[in-house]
Design a protein around this ligand. Structure first.
Ligand SMILES: *[C@@H]1O[C@H](CO)[C@@H](O)[C@H](O)[C@H]1NC(C)=O
Ligand SMILES: *[C@@H]1O[C@H](CO)[C@@H](O)[C@H](O)[C@H]1NC(C)=O
Length: 254
C-alpha cells in the first residue's frame, strides 16, 4: 500500500513538473509607438511563400487579428474556414468570390468582422487559418485563425472609410487582445507550446521600445516600467484590463 501511494505521489509530482515545463514558454514581441498617430504596434509574420512581415496596431478591445489581403497578397498555406466549421461564429455571414482562389477570395467562407475602431466601422472580410510567426520568440503557430480583407475593394471611393484608414502608414492590420476564442493569447494557449492565456502590455513613450508579453512576466520586467497604458478601447475592456494590470503591478512591486 505504501509503495502504491509513493508511486502515486511520484506520478502527480511528475505531472506537475511536466505541466510546469510545458507552460514556461513565453511570447515576447517588441512594441513601438507611432509618433504621428500615437498608436502602439508590433511586428508579426503571416503566411508562407511568401511570408509577410506586417506591422499590427494593438487594440486590446479587438476580438481578432486581421490583416489586409489585397490583390498583391498571397500565401500557399492559407486555408479558408468554411461556414460549417466549429470555429465559425456565423455572426458575419458566409462569403463567396468570383476571382481566382487566394486569401480573401474563396467560396463558402466564414465571414469575419473587420473592425477598425479609428473609423468606427466594421468591414466585411474572410476567416482563414494560416501560419503565424512571432519573430522575436521564434514561435510558429501553423494554423492560426484570423480575419483578412481586401483593402483594394474599398479604396476606390475617395473620401469614404476603408479598413486601414487612420492606422499608421506602415500598418497592415490590427492585433486584437480581447477575451475572445480567437484572440492571440487564447489561440497561443491552445497551440502545442501551451503558453498561458494571459498577457502584459508595456507601452513605451516615443523612441523607446515596449513589449507585449504573453504567457507570463519576464524576469527583467523592471526594465520596462516607463509605462503608459492604453489606447483603443471600449470602456468595459478598459476597466477590465486596468484592474488586471493594477493587480499585476501590485504583486510585482511588493
Ligand atoms: C495563390 O497561391 C496559391 C497557392 O500557391 C495558388 O494556387 C493561387 O493560384 C495563387 N493565387 C493568385 C491570385 O496568385
Ligand atoms: C465560386 O463559385 C463560383 C460559382 O460556382 C465560381 O464561378 C467561382 O470560380 C468560385 N470561386 C472560387 C474562388 O473558387
Amino acid at each position: 500500500m505504501a509503495s502504491f501511494s509513493t508511486l502515486f505521489s511520484t506520478l502527480i509530482l511528475t505531472i506537475a513538473l511536466l505541466s510546469f515545463s510545458c507552460s514556461s514558454q513565453q511570447f515576447f514581441s517588441p512594441v513601438e509607438k507611432d509618433p504621428i498617430t500615437n498608436l502602439f504596434s508590433t511586428l508579426l509574420w503571416v503566411g508562407t511563400e511568401p511570408t509577410h512581415e506586417f506591422n499590427f496596431v494593438i487594440d486590446i478591445g479587438g476580438p481578432i487579428l486581421w490583416y489586409d489581403c489585397n490583390k498583391a497578397y498571397n500565401s500557399s498555406t492559407y486555408n479558408p474556414i468554411s461556414c460549417e466549421s466549429k470555429h465559425c461564429t456565423n455572426d458575419a455571414g458566409c462569403t463567396s468570390c468570383n476571382g481566382p482562389f487566394k486569401p480573401g477570395c474563396s467560396n463558402n467562407t466564414c465571414g469575419a468582422n473587420i473592425i477598425n475602431p479609428l473609423v468606427d466601422a466594421i468591414f466585411s472580410g474572410d476567416t482563414g487559418s494560416d501560419a503565424l510567426f512571432i519573430p522575436k520568440s521564434k514561435i510558429k503557430v501553423s494554423d492560426f485563425i484570423s480575419g483578412c480583407t481586401d483593402s483594394n475593394a474599398f479604396a476606390d471611393s475617395a473620401d469614404s472609410d476603408f479598413p486601414l484608414k487612420n492606422l499608421p502608414k506602415t500598418s497592415k492590420g490590427i492585433l486584437g487582445l480581447a477575451r475572445t476564442p480567437l484572440s492571440l493569447p487564447k489561440q497561443l494557449s491552445l497551440a502545442p507550446q501551451k503558453i498561458l492565456n494571459k498577457f502584459v502590455l508595456c507601452l513605451p513613450s516615443s523612441n523607446k521600445l515596449g513589449g507585449l508579453f504573453i504567457g507570463g512576466v519576464p524576469s527583467n520586467f523592471a526594465k520596462f516600467n516607463s509605462l503608459l497604458f492604453l489606447l483603443l478601447l471600449t470602456p468595459l475592456a478598459l476597466l477590465q484590463y486596468l484592474l488586471k494590470v493594477m493587480l499585476l503591478m501590485n504583486t510585482l512591486l511588493m
